[in-house]
Design a protein. Structure first.
Length: 382
């Protein structure tokens, strides 16, 4: 799966056995650079071997440990499905890889926990959105950020209106046969031909409800907005079937069939961009309005503790900044110490991750746009 859900993030943050390897690298989909993806990945695995050896793992243990990652080198289908960045995580008993719309810098980390800071831009409340491109003959789903986009393969979703009506006919067969007792005409197959499968509202609703049902599990923990693309008369019908709470108003008009991912991304940004800007402005305004009430803070210690307890509603993090120290969960204490950069934790990263996991909104802003010109600021829920 290429969507980084809350559950996946919780899994990565959980306690691991032994050493953990985290690998990040940029990936390219086409051209000469795309042909270098596997070579670059192979070189990163060699560097990971060296780090594991220095960490005390034996050569034969390293071979077994990295075997799932080594198997990807020759997986042609895997490399054909790349987006802008690859994130890979390996520990004893766990192997995860994500093809994500974020151009990561090359990075290898070997420690007693996974390194996930490069994922922070994907957790930010103002960075990600989805595009659902609908037509009677095709369904496409894309994930984008301000600068990148990737198509996501959908499972358990009909690929066309005709396929959706076949699903519906089969479901009716099962219901009729199981409830008919003696069989008879009620168990006859339901089918449609010609005018029977025209784009009536009833048939489109069946189609769109199946799509919405397929998206439900995929987007269960998501808070990113969704932009529709399709012929305009489809929009109100899909909205009637939709259960995803962050479907944006409006949409990309016109038949999306044949439109490139980059073209859909460009048009979707015209809709999603103002949404993100509005959310950011409202969050900053709420911080300023709440200042002096006890519901805001720019104190790193207080914010980190509040994030762990689910008290942070909106968090503002200065891009490119770090604040080193330690968080002791047993004592509920935060120690800020710049001298611990090589062994400590980035407290800004911890605050962002915990806010995200507890349902808060994270805004990663340029330092000059931060409230009170601080590296970290928060609006508390209570």
């Amino acid at each position: 799966m290429n969507i980084l859900s809350q559950e996946e993030l919780k899994t990565l943050l959980g306690k691991q056995q032994g050493l953990c390897v985290s690998i990040f690298m940029p990936t390219f989909r086409t051209g000469v650079e795309g042909q270098q993806n596997q070579i670059r990945f192979r070189n990163l695995l060699r560097r990971a071997e060296e780090k594991l050896l220095a960490g005390g793992m034996r050569s034969h243990e390293i071979k077994d440990f990295l075997e799932p990652a080594q198997a990807l080198i020759g997986n042609v289908l895997f490399w054909r499905r790349q987006s802008d960045g690859l994130a890979l995580f390996r520990s004893t008993g766990m192997f995860r890889s994500f093809c994500l719309p974020e151009a990561f810098d090359e990075l290898i980390a070997v420690a007693d926990h996974f390194h996930i800071k490069p994922l922070l831009p994907l957790l930010s409340g103002d960075s990600r959105f989805y595009i659902l491109a609908l037509s009677q003959k095709e369904v496409r789903f894309l994930e984008g950020t301000a600068h990148h986009v990737q198509e996501i393969e959908l499972e358990s979703v009909p690929k066309s209106l005709a396929e959706a009506l076949q699903y519906d006919a089969l479901e009716k067969q099962v219901r009729f046969r199981s409830g008919s007792g003696g069989g008879g005409d009620r168990s006859a197959m339901v089918s449609g031909h010609g005018a029977d499968i025209d784009d009536t509202k009833e048939n489109l609703l069946k189609y769109f409800r199946l799509i919405d049902r397929g998206l439900h599990d995929l987007l269960r923990d998501e808070r990113a907005p969704l932009v529709l693309a399709g012929v305009e008369y489809l929009f109100p019908i899909y909205r009637e079937a939709n259960t995803y709470p962050r479907l944006l108003e409006g949409g990309i008009g016109g038949n999306p069939k044949g439109v490139s991912a980059e073209g859909l991304h460009r048009m979707a940004m015209e809709i999603a961009g103002p949404y993100f800007q509005k959310a950011e402005r409202e969050a900053v305004a709420q911080y300023r309005q709440s200042s002096g009430t006890g519901l805001t803070s720019d104190d790193t210690r207080e914010i980190v503790l509040a994030a762990f307890h689910g008290r942070v509603g909106q968090l503002f993090v200065a891009a490119g900044r770090q604040r080193w120290g330690f968080y002791n969960p047993e004592k509920g204490a935060v120690d800020i110490n710049p001298a611990t950069e090589t062994t400590g934790e980035d407290l800004l990263e911890i605050a962002a991750i915990q806010t995200f996991l507890n349902g808060g909104a994270v805004f990663i802003l340029p330092p000059e746009a931060m409230p009170d010109a601080r590296d970290l600021a928060a609006v508390f829920r209570y």
